[in-house]
Design a protein around this ligand. Structure first.
Ligand SMILES: Cc1ncc(COP(=O)(O)O)c(C=O)c1O
Length: 348
């Protein structure tokens, strides 16, 4: 979104059906004389194939922006993500315990100084924001029981009332950056720095649990796991599975059974509600519509709940419930039936 507000016109690149990241093999054909940068998202903590991507970027003299929001601590070819491109941005609200804030890194001093000027123009975070974040964090750390889930959902939906999100975004213009972003407070920064010291340990716990969940899910009917990019060490900030049926139906059923799964069109944030090509900001741009693999997968990907503190019994239950939902007999009125076309159906 910030790219659109900065007056740039994104051209979407289709994804690789296995890694779910941008397919760098498709990049070359999309570069035009007006292309200035490539933005790579390390989706769900899975690093992009940076070698191939950088090759294309260098050949055409393009800037590479790494979106590491979901990949804090992940490595590609032994080096942390964020070290590969010209600029990288990180979020502290994924595997850094949800206190908010983020970080921009670059070796280019001009980028750093102009970013600092931009940041200084942002308003300070309102006072309630810290309390809200802390409550959100406390609730998130206790997620699992119905009561906490309900409280969490209520707090999350209260974000709609804040100046962030679609309500503000719809009014358009680059100055929106200054209205959708806050200058982090000192307590956010202090909390973030403290948590940063424990990041490796927390990522290790997360990976251990992800491994267990992967083992339990890999043989479920029609389920495919997101494949980790070759030569990389990922972090499972999101645990995605490709399902054979409609993810909305599967997620509804999982939620009914107390498993806090999500589908991609769900309200993760204010901007992920619909497939990207249906967002008003992109509706007139047809490049997302030609991303056939992305479109064929969008309604088949389910995010399963996972955190560094998820217990073994919970992991077993998540996999068991998913298996049970996928195996249950389907009624005519429902569309959770396992479709044979699968996600490769949309590929050319
Ligand atoms: C890929 C990606 N980029 C950027 C962001 C924005 O991060 P933040 O919520 O910390 O502003 C998110 C948040 O979910 C994200 O998933």
């Amino acid at each position: 979104m910030p790219l659109v507000y900065a007056g740039l016109r994104p051209r979407f690149v289709d994804i690789d059906p296995q890694t779910l990241n941008m397919d760098p093999n498709r990049l070359e054909g999309l570069v035009t004389s007006s292309t200035c940068a490539i933005q790579a998202i390390h989706l769900a903590g899975n690093p992009c194939d940076m070698a191939l991507l950088l090759k294309v970027a260098r050949r055409h003299g393009l800037v590479v922006i790494e979106d590491c929001a979901q990949a804090l601590g992940a490595k590609y070819r032994g080096r942390k993500v964020g070290c590969w491109g010209d600029v990288a941005c990180f979020s502290f609200s994924k595997n850094l315990d949800g206190i908010g804030g983020g970080m921009l890194v670059s070796k280019n001093p001009e980028v750093i100084s102009s970013s600092a000027v931009l940041q200084a123009s942002f308003p300070p975070a309102p006072r309630f924001y810290d309390s809200y974040r802390v409550v959100r964090l406390a609730v998130a750390s206790r997620r699992g029981s119905m009561l906490w889930d309900a409280a969490y959902a209520t707090i999350m939906s209260s974000r709609k009332g804040t100046p962030t999100g679609r309500r503000v975004l719809q009014s358009g213009g680059v100055e929106l950056l200054g209205r959708t972003l806050y200058r982090p407070s000192s307590s956010q920064a202090a909390f973030g720095l403290h948590r940063l010291q424990h990041l490796d340990e927390s990522n290790r716990c997360l990976e251990e649990r992800a491994q267990r969940l992967a083992e339990r899910c890999q043989d479920l009917p029609g389920v495919e796991l997101q494949r980790t990019t070759v030569d990389s060490t990922r972090v499972h900030t999101r645990f995605l599975v490709k399902t054979p049926g409609c993810s909305r139906q599967i997620v509804t059923e999982l939620n009914r059974r107390g498993v806090e799964a999500k589908h991609l069109a769900q309200e993760y944030s204010t901007t992920y509600r619909e497939p990207v090509e249906e967002l008003p900001e992109f509706a007139r741009k047809d490049s997302a519509r030609t991303c056939r693999t992305y479109r064929s997968l969008h309604d088949r990907v389910v995010t399963l709940p996972l955190s560094p503190s998820t217990r073994c019994t919970e992991i077993a239950r998540i996999a068991r419930e998913l298996g049970s939902v996928l195996r249950r007999p389907t009624r005519d009125s429902e569309s959770t039936s396992i479709e044979t076309a699968g996600w490769h159906g949309g590929q050319t």
